[in-house]
Design a protein around this ligand. Structure first.
Ligand SMILES: Nc1ncnc2c1ncn2[C@@H]1O[C@H](COP(=O)(O)OP(=O)(O)OP(=O)(O)O)[C@@H](O)[C@H]1O
Length: 715
């Protein structure tokens, strides 16, 4: 085997013609090589290479921090089987992980990142942001983006290898990818698949990949924008795959195609501490623990605190900042940084900035920093043991967000964030007994979530009989049927269960089927309000644009500041007015946002998403030179709300004689969320985009609708 350092040296000279002295990139690469060599996985690189030389599938388990995500793609790059077509895809559950891993691996390889140079070998692709170059060899991408790529090229012909990282998370997207790869391997010989996780259930993954699927007589599909031809070819793909879940009996494991490898050990130890008695108030307990660590432990040593969501993070941030004012100058400065999915990318990436001297970063995060993320400087983890998860509510027929206890495997991942650069400590804000009583693993999302997006993805990818799709854990039949029905109602499927032209268009948008349907409806000549719908959908896709206010006085102030934007019809048109006014602001947008008590950061994200969606709608020929209607008149406003009704006809509640609202589906009582402009107001019926359950059931992002519109929408 060629010494990898030599290979790298050779590459350096190729990359730097004229024998220029090693650039800064190369110096960094050489420096990082030493720490790479310390990783437990470094010793196993030969085993990993050999395994993939001899097998098509490798199931790799290894403790958090052993070096899986950063090293495995680099070990494989020079392998003969990887020369053509030559690219390695590495999927990640979240954008923050995909981007930070790409940056780290680019540094380790001494190559520029993403699209910054045509010579860059490492790139990434996340929703609304692709950063690659013609020379990209390793691409980190979110699972959703790989599924999107599969719509364009079902055979993934640019890749020699797909690495599916963090499989233990068991999102719907991971399960779909595993099923597709499983099918693809029966007709694209030589495609290598690596499945990785700290806590992977190796046995069931092994059986999954070993179980025999029917061979498909599969014409080689061409990448084409002509979907109908491709559809026909694809329809043959999975239709015949009679798959009914799998068990030991189903497995035909000859052992020849699948290799397994376990990497022992992590780099640094992490001490775990529990509470002696349980606590109810996690914000209070976190605050207490954060200040205890801050006042006791020397710097450097940053803190990573796992919370449930944007609201709890922002409340805690406010409290920490208030209390920190009371500390004397003897203590280090506290730099509080939030991290949650809806935060714009630039703000997310701030957590990776080096901590200034005599300061301590306190990062308040949701579970998005749970896997694959290494935040340099973090030595302490505080874990509340809770996360907000999506859960399908049968009675309502839709997903809602619930705060739930995490699994042991999530708790271990969280703990693992502390020991990545040095020994660390993890404070669990629950008792040891509570930890022992947690579920061992995450419940696969396919068992608890709305499957309409998954089913649409399958249909768009040519799976005729979705009930026969090879799922690692087959979802309940009723959930699949419900999803099919919902897609039928959206017009995404025809009555024979085949994907319709509308469904195909929706599948290509990076949105849920319901939001995608809104866009398609708005593009029709009768509705003619696509530009406005894009603005509104963009607003619904990011963090809340209105700054949270918790005092009566503040609320009154906000009412005045936002008066120009508030629309009596509800939140959708209010968001639209805000986006249009912000976009039209000629000089100082930051100031405009402050004046209107709106988050400038959120509005910047809205602008990004709006730009991307506009480009995608142009590409899909939905948007042709369409201009916004100047200050959307009454008739346009009505049409916009009707478009939302077309996508969300299942999310309607009618007013009852006592003034409360009851959902049509499930007849549940629901209240308008205090953040809505309709809070405290009544209409015949309301449409809502989100159903959240905190101390009671709330509808969020709400507009008033007329019941006769609902009938029209469903005709
Ligand atoms: N951005 C970074 N900055 C500093 N060090 C890093 C960075 N990314 C990775 N590392 C180092 O590389 C080690 C291995 O990281 P890697 O993500 O490859 O591990 P892993 O086995 O995939 O862990 P996990 O299962 O937790 O994702 C880290 O523990 C850390 O020491």
């Amino acid at each position: 085997m060629e010494n990898s350092a030599n290979v790298k040296r050779k590459r350096v000279s190729e990359d730097s013609p004229g024998r220029t002295p090693p650039s800064q990139l190369q110096q960094k690469r050489i420096k990082l090589l030493d720490s790479r060599k310390q990783l437990p996985i470094w010793q196993r690189q030969k085993d990993i290479r050999d395994a993939l030389r001899d097998h098509d599938v490798l199931i790799l388990s290894g403790e958090t921090g052993s070096g899986k995500s950063t090293q495995v793609p680099q070990f494989l790059l020079d392998q003969p089987w990887c020369r053509f077509p030559g690219k390695i895809a590495v999927t990640q559950p979240r954008r923050v992980a995909a981007i930070s891993l790409a940056r780290r691996v680019a540094e380790e390889m001494g190559t520029p990142l993403g699209s910054s140079s045509p010579a860059s070998k490492v790139g990434y692709s996340v929703r609304f942001d692709e950063s690659t170059s013609p020379s990209t060899r390793i691409k980190f991408l979110t699972e959703g983006m790989l599924l999107q790529e599969m719509l364009r090229d079902a055979s993934l012909r640019q890749y020699s290898c797909v690495v599916v990282d963090e499989v233990h998370e068991r999102s719907v997207n991971i399960d779909l990818i595993l099923g597709f790869l499983r099918q693809l391997q029966t007709r694209r010989k030589g495609l290598k698949v690596v499945v990785m996780s700290a806590t992977a259930d190796v046995g069931s993954l092994r059986r999954f990949f070993a179980a025999r699927l029917p061979e498909y007589a599969q014409p080689d599909q061409k990448t084409t924008s002509d979907r109908s031809q491709e559809d026909d070819a694809l329809e043959t793909d999975a239709n015949d795959a009679s798959w009914h879940g799998f068990s030991d009996e189903d497995s035909h494991d000859s052992g020849s195609d699948i290799a397994t490898c376990h990497v022992e050990g992590r780099q640094y130890p992490v001490v775990t501490q529990y509470l002696d008695t349980p606590t109810e108030d996690t914000i209070e307990a976190s605050l207490h623990r954060i200040f205890q660590i801050h006042c006791k432990e020397p710097t450097p040593g940053d803190l990573l605190v796992f919370m449930t969501g944007q609201e709890t993070i922002q409340s805690l941030q406010k409290l920490i900042e208030e209390y920190a004012l009371g500390l004397t100058a003897d203590y280090p400065r506290m730099l509080v940084l939030p991290l949650f999915a809806a935060l714009p990318q630039a703000a997310q990436q701030q957590i990776f900035q080096p901590t200034p001297r005599n300061s301590r970063k306190v990062i308040l995060t949701t579970n998005i920093a749970e896997t694959s993320v290494t935040v340099p400087g973090v030595r302490f983890v505080v874990d509340t043991g809770k996360a907000k998860v999506k859960q399908f509510r049968n009675r309502l027929g839709l997903d809602s967000l619930l705060v739930k206890q995490i699994s042991q495997s999530s708790a271990d991942q969280r703990k693992g964030r502390a020991g990545r650069e040095a020994a660390g400590q993890c404070y669990r804000l629950y008792t040891e007994e509570a930890y022992k009583s947690l579920d061992k693993d995450n419940t696969p999302e396919v068992l608890r979530c709305d499957l309409s997006q998954a089913v649409l993805t399958m249909k768009a990818r040519g799976v005729g009989d979705v009930l026969a799709f090879p799922f690692l854990t087959p979802p309940p039949k009723e959930a699949m049927e419900k999803a099919l029905l919902q897609l039928l109602e959206l017009g995404a499927l025809d009555e024979h269960g085949k994907i319709s032209p509308i469904g195909r268009k929706i599948a290509r948008l990076p949105l849920t089927p319901a939001l995608g349907r809104v866009i398609i409806e708005a593009a029709t000549p009768e509705m003619d309000c696509l530009v406005e719908a894009i603005d509104t959908v963009a607003c619904l896709s990011v963090e809340h644009i209105f700054l949270a206010i918790d005092t009566e006085e503040g609320r009154e102030k906000a009412q005045v500041a936002r008066r120009q934007l508030l629309r009596r019809q509800g939140d959708h048109l209010t968001y639209l007015a805000a986006v249009q006014a912000y976009a039209a602001e000629p000089s100082d947008r930051r100031r405009w946002a402050e004046d209107h008590m709106i988050s400038h950061r959120a509005m910047q994200s809205v602008m990004d998403v709006r730009k991307q969606l506009t480009a995608q709608c142009r590409q899909a020929k939905l948007l042709q030179k369409q201009e916004a209607h100047p200050a959307a008149d009454e008739a346009t406003q009505e049409r916009i709300v009707k478009c939302f009704l077309r996508g969300f006809s299942a999310n309607v509640a009618r007013v009852c004689p006592d003034g409360s609202y009851k959902t049509f589906a499930g007849n549940q009582t629901v209240a308008i969320h205090p953040s809505s402009v309709l809070f405290g107001r009544k209409g015949e019926a309301i449409l809502y985009n989100q159903f959240v359950y905190t101390n009671k059931a709330y509808a969020r992002d709400v507009s008033v609708v007329q019941l006769r519109w609902l009938e029209e929408a469903l005709q």
